[in-house]
Design a protein around this ligand. Sequence first.
Ligand code: HEC
Length: 113
Amino acid sequence: MQLNASGLAAVPGLYHFEAPPLLEDFTGDPTYTILQPFFMQQCGACHGPNPTKGLRLTEYATLMAGSESGPVVVPGSPDDSLIVQKLKGGHFAHSTDHQMEILRQWISNGVPE
Ligand code: HEC
């Protein structure tokens, strides 16, 4: 990437638009790989390298390993999954309705990697 004198990327338009929410255009069967950028962006600050409550969401294996209190996803049952319950209750991270739908669909489908 080219940088100009002020250190900003010299890519026309790049900094002039608000990026649309992640996954906004996604339809189909979600996998962890599809969801990972969402976890990185919305959860990674607190559930990444410094995993709050022992919960690291930024890798499939560590997400599946759960938190200090146990599993955070119950394959096939979004409503029983702590991850959904937390976000529904209004957690630190904001997620759009569409992102929540994709998350629920992923859990319903058995949390494929
Ligand atoms: C600003 C920091 C922060 C962000 C961002 C954040 N969390 Fe958390 N998370 C916490 C804290 C603090 C707790 C412990 C207190 C609580 O349960 O509310 C927690 C707890 C949790 C728990 C419960 C773990 C347990 O054992 O009780 C889950 C599940 C969870 N977070 C999921 C997420 C998800 C999914 C995201 C992203 C969409 C996210 N969090 C983003 C700070 C954060």
